[in-house]
Design a protein around this ligand. Structure first.
Ligand code: SF4
Length: 392
């Protein structure tokens, strides 16, 4: 089924939930990555798959309209395996089929074959998000990525030949050695492929990664805050000029091509997460599965429960979460919808925060919506943090 035409996140919140499945194996491990991922070992991957099917079979009753396979590198599993997972997940969460099914893919040629995309299409997978990161060879080498810039265009062509045209790609800015010119070259190469959707992420230095050690030794190798802001601004201007909507802090879409699955997160909608490290938000409780592979697999194969953390979001914490998520979007917080859903007047409750943020020029508040300004998008974590931390 095709993705429905663009809707505002607040409408999506009332209409559907999402299912997320974490497939944590990668053909190699990138030195900046802090995701729950492990280098591919066939025996572990097979056992993990059994655990996942066991978790799906015993998952709580829940209705999902969108499905998202993230990782890791989901396409380390063959297409038939993913197709079987889609069938099992649909049977459990969406008997009429998902309205949007996304797979994150690494564009390495051996993982992106015509047979792969044909099988995806047959299984109902209608959206692919490629982890491209850069179109500059030296930057890919710095990031430890093994695909070549040309692999991306090849993967796009094969996917389109198979009938999958809802294609997204991720790019990273702030890579050591990156300049405005090389970032511009990556953006131009991305636009030449005419993707439906682009995500741009600033490089973050995550504790415990090889990049964190490199940063500790040689901080001057990394982009300054000023350069990172310049790169972010250049990305926004370039993509918006090319006709993309900047619909969330890091995300840009052609009209009608927003990611419905992620829009549900930003609308504070419910979702079920399956797999190691996966997060769920159901009936007001946010929970996260343990990030240790064996602990997850053993618990799932034993019939659960899966160890992890959970927290019931109530009171100011619940409001702060909703405010933070809404502010990430272009539409911002819909004041009437917020009052209807949470029984709270946003302007009254957050008056001190709004006064401070307006004075700083980071928030634009009208009687109907509260949004980040362009300036606010550059310091979004601080602005959103002020709402999350406000106790009333
Ligand atoms: S391919 Fe993605 S998930 Fe895997 S190590 Fe690299 S960045 Fe992390």
């Amino acid at each position: 089924m095709p993705v429905e035409p663009q809707r505002t996140p607040s409408r999506i919140a009332r209409s559907h939930g999402g299912a997320y499945v974490h497939l944590p194996f990668c053909p190699y491990v990138c030195p900046y990555c802090d995701f729950a991922k492990w280098p591919l070992r066939r025996s572990s991957a097979t056992r993990y798959l059994e655990a996942l099917h066991a978790e799906i079979a015993s998952a709580p009753a829940f209705e999902a309209r969108t499905l998202f396979f993230g990782g890791g590198t989901p396409n380390t599993y063959d297409a038939a395996t993913l197709a079987e997972l889609v069938r099992a997940l649909a049977a459990r969460f969406s008997p009429d089929g998902f309205a949007e099914t996304t797979v994150e893919m690494n564009p390495d040629p051996e993982l992106c074959t015509p047979a792969t995309f044909a099988a995806y299409r047959a299984a109902g997978i209608d959206r692919v998000s490629f982890g491209v990161q850069s179109f500059v060879e030296s930057e890919l080498a710095t990031l430890g990525r093994r695909h070549a810039p040309g692999d991306v265009g090849r993967a796009f062509a094969i996917a389109r030949d198979a009938g999958i045209d809802n294609l997204s790609l991720d790019l990273i800015f702030g890579i050591p050695g990156q300049t405005v010119e090389s970032w511009d070259a990556s953006l131009a190469a991305a636009l030449a492929l005419e993707p439906a959707h682009v995500s741009t992420y600033g490089l973050t230095i995550e504790d415990g990664t090889p990049f964190a050690e490199w940063f500790a030794r040689t901080p001057g190798a990394f982009a300054t805050n000023d350069l990172e802001a310049e790169l972010y601004a250049h990305g926004i201007d370039t993509l918006v000029r090319a006709g993309f909507e900047h619909y969330e802090i890091s995300n840009f879409a052609r009209p009608g091509r927003r990611c419905a699955h992620n829009a549900n997160y930003w609308a504070n909608g419910e979702y079920v997460g399956l797999g190691v490290g996966a997060a769920s938000y159901l009936a007001g409780v946010r929970s996260t599965h343990v990030r240790e592979l064996d602990a997850y697999v053993d618990a799932a194969l034993a019939g659960g429960p899966i160890p992890g953390e959970s927290e019931r979001l109530e009171g100011a914490a619940r409001l702060g979460e909703a405010a933070m998520l809404g502010l990430r979007t272009a539409e911002g917080v819909d004041i009437a919808a917020f009052a209807e859903r949470y029984g709270v007047d946003f302007h009254d409750f957050y008056r001190p925060v709004l006064t401070e943020m307006r004075a700083m020029g980071t928030i634009d508040a009208t009687s109907s919506h509260v949004r980040l300004t362009r300036r606010g998008r550059f310091v979004a974590n601080d602005v959103c943090g002020a709402f999350v931390g406000f106790a009333g």
